[in-house]
Design a protein around this ligand. Sequence first.
Ligand code: NAI
Length: 466
Amino acid sequence: QSFKTKICCIGAGYVGGPTCAVIASKCADIKVTIVDINQARIDAWNSQDIPIYEPGLEEIVFAQRGKNLFFSTDVDAAILEADLIFVSVNTPTKKTGMGAGFAADLAYIEAATRRIALVAKSHKIVIEKSTVPCRTAESMRKILDANSRSDVTFDILSNPEFLAEGTAIKDLQNPDRVLIGSMQTPAGLKAQKALASVYARWVPQNRIVTTRLWSSELTKLASNALLAQRISSINALSAICEATGADVDEVSYACGLDSRIGPKFLKASVGFGGSCFQKDILNLVYLSQSLHLPEVADYWNQVVLMNEYQKRRFAESVVKTLFNTITNKNICILGFAFKKDTGDTRESAAIAMVKYFLKENANIRIYDPKVPESQMRYDLTVEDNVDVDIYNKRVKVCDTAYSAADGVDAIVVLTEWDEFKTLDYKRIYEKMTKPAFIFDGRLILPTAELKKIGYQTITIGKGDVE
Ligand code: NAI
């Protein structure tokens, strides 16, 4: 079949995969090829066991794959034939060198851009999909311009992705807005129109917002900073609730009824995780510092510091409640993903929590419905430096919540998976060491019922600690 338009997406991750799968499903006449240098990941996308869990994703991939949706490691071939190229590679926080701990590592973006510059033989519209610091497009443009020839020209667009993991497909099919930033030149505006016409197949015109390039780049950082700020704000209030006997659920509900505030993202918790919030705020902090705006940098940095504080506070409350020692005690961790309905564990609060408990010499039993043991092992030992011997000795990953909770001293809920709301807590209680403690880091448990069974319940932001 010959396709009129061809799209290439560089980076087959949590963003590239779902985004382009949805484009393929909405545009039968567009050929979409998602490429990656990671062979194992591409093999998985081409198998029956796709590498990312996202409700509804598998169905779309299976329906489109081989028709107008392809996964490949042949990056050059896909660049060559594409009219539009999404760059959807990872942009992690730099670990060493200038800006370490704050700035985004743009090495992958640059490598992908150089590849496009090198390989292209015709005009390409290059689209930043990855989250990048404000004005990154300028660097990309310089690389592309320096390599353009008379018949090979490039336009660059910023089209940040706002999907949330766990609801990615829903968010992509029905986005609050699609943002496309471009240079305000005739060529830039023409490219903007070309990309807008792809989204216009399923997104209402009034939700396709076009802006200048820098506004679009900054909007992505700003959105995540504003969302994370709400979480840190309610979490800061949760500490006051615990100290005063107020109930954070009541406070956030009543605050959220004010239409100027609104109810979303006002749920107290053990802290936010995920690959984006912390990284993007730190990025904004670094940007502010680079622009000599230290007060602005400090302001946003406090959102991250509050999140660290919340995780530490919760971990400490577990130790304090268990009579100031958890040495050799058995602690059941329910949930390891950073939120429900995803298997993604990047920056998950559970990682920090388990590490903390291991330092206190506890034995840990973990259950998560979507995170495999290999991932937990990787996160704790490779990424977070827990000694492999300690991991082997002290951590056990279980297949069910019941086996994880079997005979433990305390249960700690860290991810808001629905199934944790309705476990047979009576059955679990009977086998636990008494007093049986249960810590709710997500405010999802039926506390009154648990108390009736005999549990000592400790919930973030609830003053009635027993
Ligand atoms: P990811 O790590 O899951 O996927 C990135 C992929 O790019 C990897 O598979 C990697 O092998 C590949 N890659 C890196 N360099 C490459 C190159 N030169 N050529 C070909 N492939 C290459 O990352 P994820 O989560 O998809 O994020 C991508 C970007 O989207 C990041 O900038 C992130 O901040 C942003 N973003 C992420 C969201 C999320 O929910 N995960 C939401 C919105 C934006």
